[in-house]
Design a protein around this ligand. Sequence first.
Ligand code: CP3
Length: 357
Amino acid sequence: MTSLEPLLVRAARREQTERTPVWFMRQAGRVLPEYRAIRERLTLVEISERPEVAVQVTLQPLRRMPLDAAILFADIMTPLIGAGVALDIVEGVGPVIESPVRDEAAVRALHPLEPEIDVPHVLEALRILRRELDPAQALIGFAGAPFTLAAYLVEGRPSRDFVRTKSLMYGAPAVWHELMERLTSLTIAYLSAQISAGADVIQLFDSWVGALSPDDYRRYVQPYTRRIFAALGPADVPMIHFGVTTATLLTAMRNDGGTVIGLDWRTPLDEGWAQVGHDLAVQGNLDPAVLFAPREVVEAKVVDVLRKAAGRPGHIFNLGHGILPHTPLDNAIAAAELVHEKSARTEELEPIVAASE
Ligand code: CP3
């Protein structure tokens, strides 16, 4: 049975695999001209509400690059739209909330999510995708983590300093905890439904959690992350826990229940993995900006990440954050090809492993 599982799933379970799996965060919506062509006709929300179009967009990067996983085309705000929050996803800006959530009444107005009723298009897209994908390719479902969702809801738009979010956290902790409770329940319902619809792996994006100190992470966020992973654990799919600028949070995150920890590029992969512990898998962590560099630099940096992984079971190659708009596609393709080539478990790997000892 095990050998029939997708490569990325086996690597996430820390099985010895024939090579290192690779995918790129934000691979679907940012770099491909064929995506932009569809976007000229339809908005992001319209695409995600039409399963047949969402499926097409999800598969586009796999037709261009040798990737081992597809990530559902949707946004972290998709379940909030389903739950009735009025918001817009503004091109070049990000999510903008019509009435930011800043007091108890606004928190109490957030409804629970009933995925089959509120986001049936997401589940339908996943069902189609699992049928269309090669069995060796993994289907990744995802959700925004409660902190990152809360940050958008409270700020009302993307923020650099998260002052309003932290003001609520420190100034009205009961309201903060109620908000996090509700977002946690919503996220559990959403991810469970995605798993039932065919997601082989789920990723929790806590993109902005690195804005918090370790103490604040433990007090205001960790209980909720733990509740999510504890609730989903019995489904037995690998669970990737990702955030950006998390170097000081990794030792807390390792205990939250995610089975794969996503590392951003600021932490060298070997050091990050040592902090996380080799009993968990890791994902990462090429600097997305490296894909703009000359080809020899791209190659050297890809090999450097593989060297730092040292052939240990449990490495999923990725960027340290989403692929950037205008990334030269030929460099992204070359990077994915190189991961496959250099990580193939043959004698060729020996020099890579040896060089890291
Ligand atoms: O790109 C993909 O692989 C498609 C699926 C996807 C989208 N958003 C579609 C999208 C995924 C996995 C996301 C995740 C997401 N969205 C995160 C977590 C990942 C990360 O980058 O940290 C976050 C924080 C968001 C919130 C968000 N949505 C922002 C900040 C923006 C604006 C900037 C941008 O382009 O990322 C969006 C809009 C968005 N989400 C677009 C797409 C394709 C671009 C807008 C458009 O095409 O109209």
